[in-house]
Design a protein around this ligand. Structure first.
Ligand SMILES: Cc1cc2nc3c(=O)[nH]c(=O)nc-3n(C[C@H](O)[C@H](O)[C@H](O)COP(=O)(O)OP(=O)(O)OC[C@H]3O[C@@H](n4cnc5c(N)ncnc54)[C@H](O)[C@@H]3O)c2cc1C
Ligand SMILES: *[C@@H]1O[C@H](CO)[C@@H](O)[C@H](O)[C@H]1NC(C)=O
Ligand SMILES: *[C@@H]1O[C@H](CO)[C@@H](O)[C@H](O)[C@H]1NC(C)=O
Length: 358
C-alpha cells in the first residue's frame, strides 16, 4: 500500500492520519510535539506553537452566510463522527451537551435563521431560537441553543494517537526542517509516497498569522457550553472539558499578538463577565476555583484554512512527490477536524491512488 507521512500530531494531523489509515494507506506520523497531559506542562512557553492542548474545545455552529459553506459542511461531518465516537468510545473525551449562544448586536444574517432551516437544511440538531425571557439581561438581543459536543483536548488527542498506533501506525517524534528530509526518511514502512503538511501554523506561508487567545481553566463544572458576543466585539464563553479537566472560561482573540504571558487583569475580567452571563457556573460555593491561565496561538490564515495539493516538480529521473497541505485551522481545528480529514483523504486518493503503488 502507498505510504503517507503526516507531519504534525495536533488534532488535524491525527484525524487525517486515521482517515488515511481507515481507507487502507500505510501511514506514519512525524511530529515535533505529541499529545501529553496538559496538566503536566509546567509553562505554556515551550509548547506555545502546538495549539491543540490550548483549545477549549467545543463545536459552535457558524452556518452560512455567517461562515463559509465549506467550513459548515466540515463541521456537520465532524459532528456526526464525534457523535459516533462518543457512543463507541467513552474514553475518547467527548461530551454531548447543549450549546447556548447570546448575541448583543446580531447582524442581519441572523434574521433568516429559522428552526426549520437550521435543523433541516443546515443539519444542526436540536436548534431552537431562545425567547427574550430566556436571555440573561436586556443587552442580549438574539439567542439560540442547539445540540453540540465538547472535548477534553489532550484526552481526545491521546485517544486518537492510541487508536492510530493500535491500528498499525508508526509515530516518530522529530522536527522536519526541509521537505526533502521526509522523502529520504526510513521509517520501516517502506519508501514515502506522499506527505500531509498538518503543521498547524505552516510557518513560511505569508497569509498565516497568529490569533492569541487567553483563557482561564477553572475546576467548576458546567452543564452547557455557553458563548456570548458582546456589542464591543469581545467574547465571553465557557467550554466544559469534563474527564476531570475542569472548564475553560474565555476568551480573547488578539490577531498578531505574540505575547506568551497571561494577564491577571484579563483573567479577572473573563471570569466576572462569564459569571454575570451564566451565574450557575459558580456552584454552591458562589466562586470560581481557578486552576491555571492558558495562552494559545490560533493558527489563522487570510482566506481560510489551506487544504490543497501541491505537486512537487519531479527531478530528472525521479517521480514527483505529493504534498497535501492541511494547516491554518485558526480557532476551529477541533470542530472542523473530521471534515478536513475527509478532504485530505480525498486529495491523497486523487494523487496517490491506493491501487497504484509507485
Ligand atoms: C484559546 C483557544 C481556544 C480554542 N478553542 C477552540 C474550540 O473551542 N474549538 C475548536 O475547534 N478549536 C479551538 N481552538 C483552535 C484549535 O485549538 C486549533 O485550531 C487546533 O488545535 C489546530 O490544530 P492543528 O493540528 O492544525 O495544529 P497544532 O495543534 O498546532 O499541531 C501542529 C503539529 O505540527 C507539529 N509541527 C509543526 N511544525 C513542525 C515541523 N517543522 N516538523 C515536525 N512537526 C511539526 C507540531 O509539533 C504539532 O504536532 C482554540 C484555540 C485557542 C488558542
Ligand atoms: C514559535 O514560532 C515562532 C515563529 O516561528 C518562533 O519564533 C518561536 O521560537 C517558536 N516558539 C517555540 C517555543 O518554539
Ligand atoms: C508546510 O507548509 C508551510 C507553508 O507553505 C511550509 O513553509 C512548510 O515548509 C511546510 N512543511 C512541510 C513539512 O511540508
Amino acid at each position: 500500500m502507498p505510504h503517507i507521512v503526516v507531519i504534525g500530531a495536533g488534532v488535524t494531523g491525527l484525524s487525517s492520519a486515521i482517515a488515511l489509515q481507515e481507507k487502507g494507506y500505510t501511514v506514519s506520523i512525524v511530529a515535533k510535539d505529541l499529545p501529553l497531559p496538559s496538566e503536566a506542562i509546567q509553562t505554556v512557553h515551550n509548547l506555545i506553537n502546538y495549539t491543540s492542548p490550548w483549545g477549549g474545545a467545543h463545536n459552535r455552529w457558524i452556518p452560512p452566510p455567517l461562515g463559509s459553506v465549506r467550513e459548515h459542511e466540515w463541521s456537520v461531518t465532524t459532528f456526526h463522527r464525534m457523535h459516533a465516537l462518543s457512543r463507541s468510545n467513552a474514553e475518547a473525551g467527548i461530551t454531548f451537551m447543549k450549546g447556548i449562544e447570546y448575541i448583543e448586536a446580531p447582524g442581519p444574517e441572523y434574521a433568516d435563521l429559522t428552526e426549520q432551516r437550521a435543523r433541516r437544511e443546515l443539519g444542526m440538531p436540536g436548534w431552537r431560537r431562545l425567547t427574550k425571557a430566556e436571555f440573561p439581561d436586556e443587552r442580549v438581543k438574539w439567542g439560540c441553543e442547539y445540540d453540540t459536543w465538547c472535548v477534553n483536548p489532550m484526552v481526545y488527542c491521546a485517544f486518537l494517537l492510541r487508536r492510530f498506533v493500535a491500528r498499525g501506525g508508526k509515530v516518530v517524534q522529530g522536527e522536519v526542517r526541509e521537505v526533502e528530509e521526509v522523502w529520504a526518511m526510513k521509517l520501516d514502512l517502506g519508501k514515502v509516497d506522499g506527505m500531509v503538511n498538518a503543521t498547524g501554523h505552516g510557518f513560511g506561508d505569508k497569509d498565516m498569522f497568529v490569533t492569541r487567545g487567553q483563557t482561564c481553566l477553572v475546576a467548576n463544572t458546567c452543564d452547557a457550553t455557553v458563548t456570548r458576543q458582546n456589542a464591543d466585539g469581545t467574547w465571553t464563553f465557557c467550554v466544559p472539558r469534563n474527564f476531570e479537566g475542569g472548564t475553560v472560561i474565555g476568551g480573547t482573540k488578539e490577531p498578531n499578538d505574540w505575547n506568551t504571558e497571561p494577564s491577571l487583569e484579563v483573567r479577572e475580567k473573563l471570569l466576572s463577565m462569564f459569571a454575570a452571563t451564566y451565574p450557575k457556573i459558580l456552584g454552591e460555593k458562589r466562586e470560581f476555583q481557578v486552576i491555571r491561565d492558558i495562552v494559545g496561538r490560533r493558527p489563522t490564515r487570510h482566506g481560510g484554512p489551506r487544504i490543497e495539493v501541491e505537486e512537487t516538480r519531479p527531478e530528472e529521473g525521479k517521480v514527483g512527490k505529493v504534498v497535501v497541505h492541511a494547516y491554518g485551522l485558526g480557532g476551529r481545528g477541533y470542530e472542523l477536524s473530521w471534515g478536513v480529514a475527509e478532504e485530505v483523504l480525498d486529495l491523497v486518493e486523487k494523487s496517490v491512488p491506493l491501487q497504484s503503488k509507485l
